[in-house]
Design a binder for this molecule. Structure first.
Ligand code: AMP
Length: 288
């Protein structure tokens, strides 16, 4: 397994693979890897084939964090990440620093961003207004640097995956975007690097997100008619906030293709929610 830290070296490798017709699979991450990331590595391997290569990038991208967010504290453990990648058969770990991705040139400041204007309007786009601009920009950069044939994203970040798909289509990136299912703990909590921030007590309360999703499913499936979204989300908010450390940021029901909110919830609709558990902001989503 190779560790590549410079953009130029990564791009040289990618150009050489492209020239030789070697299929390339990319898994973009921010590191502090867990079983959710490993499932994406496996998908990338499956899709790029045994003659293909799998690149996993680790980069905590500053442009997708607001100044008030957890950029400085974001958990990092490169030695452990490398071991997980090696065990999963990753060929190249691409770990660029900020100087590589956003070179600080006093006379030529970084000033080009990619903005998706439809799917990024709601939910995470409301709570984190510059987040998806940062995500789309760094993913576009990674696509130009690694030149993947397939790139694998997790359904855990459902809105992000949809935006990346739209960006790739709109901007003609020759890459197939694969969305892999959310990997969960046995009690249903979605794996996330941010779960590390939770105290033992908060960790126990964090299961509220998954319980709310299940409650929404049960309510909708047991009903013979569509349920008003406002009623359902107030019930779920109440259920979540019975846990003392939990505070709902948003609960939304929407069409998974258009991301338009639905006024009446029925099977096939999608739920997404963001909840603060203590100071930690967790997100989850699922098909109802
Ligand atoms: P992150 O390192 O959190 O930026 O995530 C990198 C990629 O892993 C993204 O495409 C995420 O959607 C995906 N991911 C994170 N958590 C999970 C999970 N629990 N199950 C599946 N994919 C995940």
């Amino acid at each position: 397994m190779r560790i590549v830290t410079s953009v130029a070296a990564m791009q040289r490798l990618a150009i050489e693979w492209n020239r030789r017709g070697v299929p390339v699979g990319l898994v973009p991450t921010m590191g502090y890897l867990h079983a959710g990331h490993v499932s994406l590595m496996r998908k990338a391997r499956e899709r790029s084939g045994k003659h293909g290569v799998v690149v996993l990038s680790i980069y905590v991208n500053p442009t997708q964090f607001a100044p008030t967010e957890d950029l400085a504290n974001y958990p990092r453990d490169l030695p452990r990440d490398k071991k997980l990648c090696r065990d999963a058969g990753v060929d190249v770990v691409f770990v660029p620093g900020n100087q590589q991705m956003y070179p600080a040139r006093p006379t030529a400041k970084f000033s080009t961003y990619v903005v998706e204007e439809m799917l990024s309007r709601g939910m995470e786009g409301v709570s984190r207004p510059t987040h998806f601009r940062g995500v789309a920009t760094v993913v576009a950069k990674l696509f130009n640097i690694v030149r993947p044939d397939v790139a694998v994203f997790g359904a855990k970040d459902f809105q992000q995956a949809a935006i990346v798909k739209r960006m790739a289509r709109d901007l003609n990136f020759p890459v197939k975007i694969i969305v892999a299912p959310t990997v969960r703990e046995t009690d249903g909590l979605a794996l996330s690097s941010r779960n590390k921030y939770l105290s033992a007590d908060e960790r126990a309360q964090a299961v509220a997100l998954w319980q709310a999703i299940q409650q929404a499913r049960q309510t909708v499936r047991a009903s013979t008619h569509p349920i008003p979204a406002s009623r359902l989300s107030s019930e779920l908010k109440w259920l979540i906030e019975t846990r003392p450390a939990a505070r709902v940021d948003y609960i939304e029901f929407f069409d998974p293709e258009t991301f338009q909110p639905t006024a009446k919830v029925e099977r096939g609709a999608h739920i997404a929610l963001a909840v603060f558990v203590g100071k930690t902001r967790l997100i989850d989503n699922a098909r109802i």
